[in-house]
Design a protein around this ligand. Structure first.
Ligand code: GDP
Ligand code: MG
Length: 175
C-alpha cells in the first residue's frame, strides 16, 4: 500500500472589526456564496479546505473566523498565537475599521512577533460611492509594515481567489 504523506497544514486566522466581511470572504472562498444578512460570528468558527497550490502540491488551509464582539475578544489571542498567517480585514467604506487595523496589527505582533505572514485586506470594494479609504492608503499601510495587501469584494466575487493564492504563495515561500 502506498504511504500517503500528510498534507502540509497551515492555520490562517481572520481578524478585524465586526461587520467588515470576514465571514463572507471565507464563505465566498469555501462555497462561492454570499450572505446579505448580517449574522455575527459567535466565538470562533472553523473551516478547512484542501487546495491545489502552484506546481500541483496540495496543502490544507485551516481557516479561523473570529468575532469582533467584545465578549469573544479574549478568545482571539490564542488563535492568533496558533496561526502562521493573520488576515487583517477592514471595510473600505468604514474609515474607523481601517484605523483600527493598527490595533489588530499590535495584537498579532504581541502574539507572534515577526514570525507570521500578515495580509491586509480592504473588503467591500464594490461600495464605490461609499468609499472612505483610498486603495493607496491601504497599499501605503501594508508597505510601511511589509504586509501583503489586496482589496476584495466578497459580494462582487472580486479578488477572493487571488487573496488565497497570495496566502498560499507566501506560506510556501514562493514570493
Ligand atoms: P464579519 O463580522 O467581519 O464576519 O462580517 P460579515 O461577513 O458577517 O459581513 C457583514 C455585513 O457586510 C453583511 O451584511 C454582509 O452582507 C456585508 N458584506 C460582507 N462583505 C461585503 C462586500 O464585499 N460588499 C458589500 N457591499 N457588503 C459586504
Ligand atoms: Mg463574522
Amino acid at each position: 500500500m502506498a504511504v500517503v504523506s500528510p498534507l502540509p497544514k497551515f492555520k490562517v486566522v481572520f481578524v478585524g472589526d465586526k461587520s467588515v466581511g470576514k465571514t463572507n470572504i471565507i464563505y465566498r472562498f469555501m462555497y462561492d456564496k454570499f450572505d446579505t444578512t448580517y449574522q455575527p460570528t459567535i466565538g470562533i468558527d472553523f473551516w478547512s479546505r484542501t487546495i491545489l497550490s502552484v506546481e500541483d502540491t496540495q496543502i490544507r488551509l485551516q481557516l479561523w473566523d473570529t468575532a469582533g464582539h467584545e465578549r469573544f475578544r479574549c478568545l482571539i489571542p490564542s488563535y492568533i498565537r496558533d496561526s502562521s498567517t493573520a488576515v487583517i480585514v477592514y471595510d473600505v467604506a468604514n474609515r474607523q475599521s481601517f484605523l483600527n487595523t493598527t490595533k489588530w496589527i499590535e495584537e498579532v505582533r504581541k502574539e507572534r512577533g515577526s514570525d507570521v505572514i500578515i495580509v491586509l485586506v480592504g473588503n467591500k470594494s464594490d461600495l464605490v460611492d461609499k468609499r472612505e479609504v483610498a486603495v493607496e492608503e491601504g497599499d501605503a499601510k501594508a508597505l510601511e509594515f511589509g504586509f501583503i495587501f489586496i482589496e476584495t469584494s466578497a459580494k462582487a466575487r472580486f479578488n477572493i481567489k487571488p487573496l488565497f493564492r497570495k496566502i498560499v504563495t507566501a506560506l510556501l515561500g514562493m514570493e
